[in-house]
Design a binder for this molecule. Structure first.
Ligand code: NAD
Ligand code: WQD
Length: 345
């Protein structure tokens, strides 16, 4: 029997590669469409080592209209698309707004046009908790009003959501779900795939692991005077394998006809907030390493605290996170060591 085909745009990246593993293990054929602007082709060999089958990688820049059309024509039998492809660095988006608007909006437009042309019915979109800004009430539900975007990156996520919603309401696209991820961290339990940021990491977890392995001298903890239990900022960290499994749940929700709203929005987090110091303490506990860190000024643009209400994901996707903060820090460290010491990355 032929396996149902899923296209993952940006599928060679961090979240896409873990989702490819979950999709293949659930019996889907996965086609990755990626221009490798923030990833590397060898991830397909590593996905293959985990699952026993290498997914197909189509090298395509989704901002190239003709190339995107050609690629979708080859794979018009896909039953769904998961659109991960985007540039995602908040600070870089402030410095290079037109690059971010072009990449994240034009690629989205081409994906929507291709889905319309080929009647591909199901779309899942990688949105972000960044759309909420600093909410007045915690935890945030999907009904929490969105705040004006704090960066061009955040603006592209809000605009992408609107583009998808309008395409669905006009009947150009049958159904779609925007998944609003909170703070994805960690790696596959084999440590064969994980997050590998280019250059100096912006995000906390890769900065922690790179400091521990000696690539960075010291971790700067941004702000020790927030109104939180220990003065450092609170986030909802979610294990990337839990996130990958949520994509599977969302896809099955679409494919089995249960999606009642043609356009839906779902938060993906654990529902728990952790401070920066709690993440550091977890890392030190599971690795036995004393991390070199220092509390410095707040980072401009950071919110004090945000974490998700995940009742909707539980209710409609029957999905619950399985992995705790210690598993996130443990797997992130295992991947950092494997990437540096075995893969030589
Ligand atoms: P990533 O950078 O590892 O993966 C994104 C992939 O998209 C990369 O492989 C990149 O090469 C590809 N890509 C970018 N522009 C492209 C284009 N024009 N054509 C083809 N491929 C292109 O990022 P990730 O962490 O895996 O994030 C995946 C998605 O989730 C992104 O949309 C991101 O904005 C969103 N998201 C990420 C986080 C996070 O903290 N990692 C949080 C919330 C939302
Ligand atoms: C987490 C906490 C920092 C680095 C970002 C994007 C968001 C989403 C996820 C894509 C904060 C602190 C960090 C460091 C630190 N991405 N920190 N020292 O800012 O919550 O969210 O990634 O959609 O849009 O904004 O994540 O990992 O950068 O920071 O103290 O070197 O760690 O201040 O409190 P953030 P993060």
């Amino acid at each position: 029997m032929t396996k149902p085909k899923i296209i993952t745009t940006g599928g060679a990246g961090y979240i896409g590669s873990h989702t490819a593993v979950a999709l293949q293990e659930a019996g889907f054929e996965v086609v990755l469409m990626d221009n490798l602007v923030n990833s590397s082709a060898d991830v397909i060999h590593r996905i293959g080592r985990i699952t026993g089958k290498e997914p197909l990688l189509e090298l395509v820049d989704l901002c190239d209209e003709q190339a995107t059309k050609n690629c979708f024509s080859k794979h018009s039998d896909a039953v769904g698309i998961i659109h991960f492809a985007a540039l995602k660095a908040v600070g870089e988006s402030v410095a290079q707004p037109t690059r971010y608007y072009r990449n994240n909006l034009v690629s989205m437009l081409h994906v929507l046009e291709a889905m319309h042309q080929h009647n591909i019915p199901n779309l899942i979109f990688s949105s972000s908790a960044t759309v909420y800004g600093q909410p007045d009430v915690l935890p945030v539900t999907e009904q929490t009003p969105l705040q004006p975007a704090a960066s061009p990156y955040g603006q592209t996520k809000q605009m992408n959501e609107v583009m998808i919603r309008d395409a669905v309401f006009a009947g150009e696209l049958k159904r779609a779900i925007s998944l609003r991820y909170f703070n994805p961290v960690g790696a596959h339990p084999t440590a064969i795939i994980g997050e590998l940021p280019l250059g100096i990491p912006n995000n906390l977890m890769p900065f922690i692991t790179q400091t521990a392995i000696g690539i960075r001298k010291e971790l700067a903890v941004f702000g020790g005077d927030y109104d939180t239990i220990d003065g450092t900022a609170v986030r909802d960290y979610i294990h990337v394998m839990d996130l990958a499994e949520a994509h599977l749940g969302a896809l099955q929700y679409q494919l089995n006809g249960s999606q009642s709203e043609s356009y839906d929005v779902i938060n993906l987090g654990t529902g728990l907030g952790s401070t920066v110091l709690e993440v550091i303490q977890s890392f030190e506990k599971v690795t036995g390493i004393n991390l070199n860190y220092r509390i410095v000024d707040r980072r401009p643009g950071d919110v004090a605290a945000i974490y998700a209400n995940v009742d909707k994901a539980a209710r409609v996707l029957h999905w619950h996170t399985q992995r705790d903060l210690d598993e996130m820090t443990r797997s992130a460290w295992a991947w950092e060591k494997y990437a540096r010491e075995t893969l030589g990355l």
